[in-house]
Design a protein around this ligand. Structure first.
Ligand code: ATP
Length: 332
């Protein structure tokens, strides 16, 4: 409003434009509403684990919306430590895009709750907004997203769990553009199994070996980082074979394979649960824009498909529609 009045300071100007005072008031009010809405605008990228949320956020931030800053909404990735096991985006993959609440919480302290997230993430959003940035909330933990964006958050409400879940509130305190990256579950499950193998190849086993060897497993909060998929599953293994590397024989291979099998199973269960929570939000009236990334994942799983084909499908079916949605949202 003030910039409008600075631009049209005198009645002379308004007369020149043949504007009635009531028109001036209406225009000023529209501008002020637009400015207020812009201040509340955030983009939320949600989806099951492994669906490509981080990759999409980096694509949007580096190529289309250069003022973006990512706020992590994965409840295991907020803790420091176990970077491979919790599948945190690496510094190289971040491509210089600022990331917040990623590895920021001490895992030996009390459990990081949705209420903690509501408080910290809203402070970060205000900060990003003060820099005229675009906050991108990215992560699969729907309880965190819910706590952040609802107008009146009740920490005692059981929106996602319990035999008779509480009502989902659709009164939001931000103007949200929800992008739901979806991959049909059989395809995602196949990919998740491959991803676990890749995480193991890139050092997950060694990371967990050190975690147990150093006694870190006893220092972290059992209900916090101690719950990360990989920790409970490998506990039995490391109790039986402390410090033993894989393929040392003496039965360790069998225990190792069993731990990996359970990790894959639990990761697929996590994905399924996350999708059902997203559907719950959508059924309650949250306007989620669903982006189907299945074809890109199918291409990843096809042995003869080159990286170029995957990138092409990803671009056409995921990035392009997302850019359109975000542009439209920002122009509204
Ligand atoms: P919420 O349900 O609160 O939205 P969520 O969907 O991320 O969160 P849960 O359903 O609570 O997760 O988690 C199921 C299991 O998956 C838990 O043991 C949890 O700790 C684990 N988990 C969730 N995210 C990760 C991650 N990034 N890395 C490892 N384990 C994870």
């Amino acid at each position: 409003l003030s910039s409008f009045l600075t631009f049209f300071p005198s009645s002379t100007w308004r007369n020149k434009l043949h504007m009635e005072p009531s028109t001036v008031a209406a225009v000023a009010s529209t501008i002020s509403t637009t400015v207020r809405r812009r201040r509340r605008k955030i983009v939320v990228i949600m989806g099951a684990t492994g669906a490509g949320k981080s990759r999409l956020s980096i694509d949007l931030a580096t190529r289309f919306f250069g003022n973006s800053e990512v706020i992590n909404s994965d409840k295991m990735q907020v803790y420091g430590g176990l970077d491979i096991t919790t599948n945190k985006i690496t510094m190289q993959e971040q491509l210089g895009v600022p990331h917040h609440l990623l590895g920021a919480v001490d895992p030996t302290e009390s459990v990081f709750t949705p209420s903690d997230f509501r408080k910290l993430a809203s402070e970060v959003i205000a900060d990003v907004k003060s820099r005229r940035g675009l906050p991108l909330v990215v992560g699969g933990s729907n309880s965190l997203i819910y706590s952040l964006v609802t107008k009146r958050y009740d920490p005692k409400s059981e929106v996602f769990n319990g035999p008779d879940p509480d009502q989902v509130s659709s009164e939001l305190r931000y103007d949200c553009c929800f992008i739901w990256v979806d991959v049909c579950l059989p395809v995602l499950n196949q990919y998740l199994s491959k991803r676990v193998d890749e995480m193991l190849d890139s050092g997950m086993f060694e990371e967990l070996a050190e975690f147990f060897r150093s006694g870190e497993d006893k220092r972290v909060n059992k209900s916090g980082l101690g719950q990360a998929i990989g920790v409970p599953e490998f506990e039995t293994y490391f109790k039986a074979f402390p410090g033993v590397r894989r393929s040392a024989g003496e039965g360790s291979d069998e225990a190792y394979n069993e731990a990996v099998r359970i990790i894959k199973d639990n990761t697929c269960q996590l994905a399924k649960k996350q999708v059902s929570k997203i559907l719950r939000l959508r059924d309650a009236g949250w306007e989620l824009k669903r982006i189907d990334a299945t074809e890109a994942f199918r291409a990843v799983m096809t042995a003869d498909s080159g990286g170029g084909r995957v990138a092409e499908i990803w671009e056409k079916q995921v990035v392009e529609p997302s850019v359109k949605i975000v542009k439209h949202f920002l122009d509204e």
